[in-house]
Design a protein around this ligand. Structure first.
Ligand SMILES: Cc1cc2ncn([C@H]3O[C@H](COP(=O)(O)O)[C@@H](O)[C@H]3O)c2cc1C
Ligand SMILES: O=C(O)c1cccnc1
Length: 351
């Protein structure tokens, strides 16, 4: 399977609209800058969508699920079977992201990109498997080259589907027991840091558990070090199928000109991979919620990004992006619907 499509550049954002939107923000009936970050969000959305009336009515949330061989090392507080059980829960509408999607009027898709579960028997789950769980990367590369290409393509396919359904924003979520270990390993390799700086409790390890997890990840990184020569090789050796799918989805979104709202720690590790593969992806990404995982701040620093909200969440599934969505929607509405000084007959001059 080919990865050639990764070489297609991201769509440029509309620079003329960017300038026009910035000018419009200066004419709206408010002191200049008083809407803070909402102004920058609106201007970026206007430039992405090429309109002074940006809108995010139709939002696609795709949750990518996969299993991880590294779970065999005891790095999660929960058993591996929870991945499959949660896929069923997504299908039945009972997960946090199911509730958030319903309440936001967003469409939710669940894609099994490589779990051990029999998800074909679960109604409403899209089965597009790159494998049945990754290999244990403490012992061997997490995936083969073909599996990597397949998992990246799963993410791209999800975006192609979102575009067919006329989506105006893409949110990627993930489910995979032990995937904070894979995301930590990816972050450590990209940022050249020890896992003792990045690893966190994930689903709820205690301090001893976190330090054991960090050591296992550092040992794995030492094992693979000579092979970690590119972002794609890092992803292949120590990543996960759902992390690859997220990475592929972010790149495909930028190539198609579809804005993205990135979730927490795991999704942001995928975003950093995407940026290291294609720096021009950056123009298309918003970051939703600050993850409570300690590695998150290092990812934001490397991404030169700032999340919209911080509610101490550390769930994943796309939930952090989902709770931040109303902020993007409100920023867009303010930009398009506020009166200008001229329209409202309000003096634009300071006393
Ligand atoms: C019931 C349940 C629902 C979840 N939804 C997301 N995660 C989150 O926790 C997992 C990562 O943490 P770790 O690396 O510690 O296993 C991922 O599946 C992530 O999406 C969940 C975890 C559990 C237990
Ligand atoms: O921020 C996240 O994405 C996260 C943190 C802990 C566990 N699962 C997901």
């Amino acid at each position: 399977m080919s990865m050639q499509w990764l070489e297609t550049p991201a769509q440029p954002i509309d620079q003329a609209m960017l300038a026009a939107a910035l000018a419009r923000q200066g004419q709206l009936t408010k002191p200049p800058g008083s809407l803070g970050c909402l102004e920058e969000i609106a201007v970026r959305l206007a430039a992405m969508q090429g309109t002074q009336q940006p809108s995010l009515e139709r939002v696609r949330i795709t949750v990518f699920a996969a299993d991880h061989g590294i779970a065999d090392e005891g790095v999660s507080a929960f058993p591996q079977a929870v991945t499959g059980q949660m896929i069923a829960n997504f299908a039945h509408g009972g997960a946090a992201i199911s509730v958030l999607a319903r309440n936001l009027g967003a469409s939710l898709e669940v894609v099994d990109v490589g779990s051990k579960a029999d998800s074909a028997a679960m109604l409403g789950v899209i089965v597009n498997k790159a494998g049945e769980g990754t290999a244990n990367f403490r012992r061997q590369p997490a995936m083969s080259e073909n599996q990597l290409a397949a998992a990246l393509q799963v993410g791209r396919d999800a975006v192609i589907q979102a575009l067919k359904d006329d989506a105006q924003l893409f949110i990627g979520g993930e489910m995979g027991i032990a995937n904070t270990s894979a995301a930590t390993a990816v972050a450590c390799a990209l940022l050249e840091r020890s896992a003792h700086d990045i690893a966190g409790p994930g689903t709820g390890l205690d301090a001893t558990g976190v330090s054991r997890k960090a050591q296992i990840i550092d040992d794995a990184l030492a094992l693979h070090r000579p092979a970690l020569t590119s972002p794609l090789e890092i992803l292949r050796h120590v990543g996960g199928f759902e992390i690859a799918a997220l990475c592929g989805a972010y790149i495909a979104s930028a190539q198609a000109g579809l804005p993205v709202l990135v979730d927490g720690f795991i999704a942001s590790s995928a975003a950093l991979l995407a940026l290291r593969i294609r720096p021009d992806v950056a123009d298309w990404l918003f970051f939703g919620h600050a993850s409570a995982e300690p590695g998150y701040v290092h990812l934001m620093q490397a991404l030169d990004a700032r999340p919209l909200v911080n509610l101490d969440m550390r769930l994943g599934e796309g939930s952090g992006a989902a709770v931040a969505l109303p902020i993007l929607r409100l920023a867009a509405a303010l930009h398009g619907q506020m009166a200008t000084f001229a329209e409202a007959g309000v003096s634009a001059k300071r006393a």
